[in-house]
Structure formats: C-alpha cells, structure tokens
Design a protein around this ligand. Structure first.
Ligand SMILES: O=P(O)(O)OC[C@H]1O[C@](O)(COP(=O)(O)O)[C@@H](O)[C@@H]1O
Ligand SMILES: [Mg+2]
Ligand SMILES: [Mg+2]
Length: 295
C-alpha cells in the first residue's frame, strides 16, 4: 500500500489539474467575447519589451483572477506581467493569455497556453504535470495533455466536451511552418528548411499564431519551428509560457521537441521571461533538424 500522504498529494494534484482545465474552459468564451472591443494596442510594455494589445492585458487579468483564486494554485505567472504572483500554496500556473494576438488586426486565429508545474516558477518542463491550449478558431477547442494522454475538448459553452481522446501525431506528416525572417535564419536551419520544402509529401502552413500552427501539426503531423535567428540566438518564443507547455503536449502525443540540442522539457530555466528556439513535431522531422543544426 502506498504512503497515504503521497496518495493525498496526488489526489490533490488531480483535483487541481481538473479545476484548472475547467476554469480555463469556463473563461474561454469570455476571452473570445472580449476580443472585438479590445482590438487595439494597450498603453504598456510587457517584460519582453512588446506593446501588448488591450485584449492581452484583459485576458491576463481574467486568468490571474480565475486561476489564482483556486485553492490548489500557489503561483500565477504570465507573459504579460513582470513577476510571479504568490496566490497561496499549491501548483504553479504559467500562462500565455493570448498567443498570436497580432492576428487580431487581420482577424486570424489565436490561442491561450497554460502550463501547470509542480515547482516554483520559473520551473523546468520536467516539472509539468499538465499543459493545455485553447484555440479560438471557428470552434473554440481546448487541447490538454496530462498523464501521457492528450485530449481535445470543445469548449464553446464554457464546459469541457471531449471530442478526441488519446490524440497522437499522425505517422505520415504533411505540414510545416517556420517563423522568423528567412534572411535572419542561420545557414544550418536554412539548409534544413530547403530540404523540408523540397519534400513532395509536405506543404507549408504558417499562420502567425503558434497555437494555430501547432494544432495543424497535431492534426496532420509535421513540424513547427520558431528557430534561433542570427539576430536573436534564443529565437522569439518564451520558454516558460510557450516552449515547455507546447513541448510537453507534442511529446505526450508521441512527437518530439528540441531547442536544437535537447528536449524543451530539459532546458534549464534561469529567468521567467527567457526565450528559447522552439522546434516540435514528428520524431523523424525533429531528428533530421537536430542533425542539420549540428552539422
Ligand atoms: O510575427 P512572427 O514573427 O511570424 O511571429 C509569430 C509568432 O509570435 C507569436 O505571436 C508570439 O506569441 P505572442 O503573440 O503570445 O507574443 C507566436 O504565436 C507566433 O508563432
Ligand atoms: Mg505566444
Ligand atoms: Mg501572448
């Protein structure tokens, strides 16, 4: 028989993960409804030096209140605020409240990303106990990874309705999407990209919101990269809010993730808002990429 204290702890974790997913699902329609009236820049700068949209700031406030008020959540952090908010004791939640919010101007897809860590932030990907994203597409969906399983839910009415269980990346990948300006790509990455482009089984899908592109990779199989750039060796995306949760979801779905040399889940966090090159997708394509980058 196991230690009753451990059983309590894991029961608490399960309950809190469920409550976090339910809270995010519950807020998703409100976030979506808030977008038309917040399609403008805010007056502030975020810790990454960007000017967020009013919608980014509002979504962050909603998630901070909703998730921070849960008994089992001890820390809340987001891409839009400088430091970690201490909300009691329990799991730590790191949120990208709106991913791809520059797509608001052109009315294209966006998402929300949530990482649930069992350690103080910033934490390693290996401390993730769950990760999820909301996709504000024609349908509002939530994809969650927990205990090695990935599930897609429809959350249009604010509740979790499972529609696809045990999601895995298809064996025969068909899509790729790479961010950053091509002249800014390091030579090794450009060689890989040209190789992928000339593969007759693959076609380009890039939408300017990582979550939209990731959902295509999860649906059709393929590879997404926001690479290291000549002008930004750590790329654009943030480790804690984007890199590790997405690495966790893709790895849970049988795919691979890397920062170029190691799994995104193994990258040592040194700073809450640090950036990281992100490469995720089918193992075959990520393996080819790691070889290309090391040559
Ligand atoms: O405009 P670019 O350089 O293609 O960048 C797009 C990338 O930046 C992001 O929008 C960054 O995320 P945020 O919108 O949360 O800052 C990603 O979703 C996307 O993959
Ligand atoms: Mg983002
Ligand atoms: Mg964002």
């Amino acid at each position: 028989m196991g230690d009753p204290t451990d059983a309590d702890a894991s029961g608490d974790t399960e309950r809190t993960v469920r409550e976090i997913l339910e809270t995010v699902a519950g807020l998703a329609p409100t976030v979506r409804d808030s977008l038309p009236g917040r399609r403008r820049k805010s007056e502030m700068k975020n810790p990454s030096g960007e000017t967020p949209m009013a919608a980014d700031v509002y979504a962050d406030e909603l998630f901070e209140e909703g998730l921070g008020n849960l008994d089992g959540v001890g820390e809340y952090a987001s891409e839009e605020r400088e430091s970690v908010v201490d909300t009691g004791s329990g799991l730590s939640v790191a949120v990208d409240p709106l991913d791809g919010s520059s797509n608001l101007k052109s009315n294209n897809t966006m998402g929300t990303i949530v990482g649930v860590y069992d350690a103080a932030l910033p934490a390693r990907g290996e401390n993730l106990v769950a990760a999820a994203y909301v996709l504000y597409g024609p349908i509002t969906t939530l994809v969650a990874a927990h205990d090695g399983e990935v599930t897609e839910y429809v959350v249009d009415d604010g509740t979790l309705q499972a529609v696809r269980e045990n999601l895995t990346l298809p064996d025969d990948p068909t899509v790729y999407g790479f961010g950053g300006r091509v002249p800014d790509w390091p030579d090794e990455f450009e060689t890989y990209a040209r190789d992928v482009e000339s593969d007759e089984t693959l076609k380009l899908r890039y939408g300017g919101a990582m979550i939209g592109d990731i959902n295509q990779v999860l649906t059709y199989g393929g590879v997404f990269a926001y690479p290291a750039l000549n002008s930004a060796p750590n790329g654009k995306l943030r480790l804690q809010f984007e890199g590790t949760p997405i690495g966790y979801i893709i790895e849970s779905a049988g795919g691979a993730s890397t920062d170029g040399t190691q799994s995104l889940l193994s990258v040592e966090p040194t700073e809450l808002h640090q950036r990281v090159p992100v490469y995720v997708g089918n193992e075959s394509l990520v393996g080819r990429l790691e070889s290309a980058l090391s040559s």
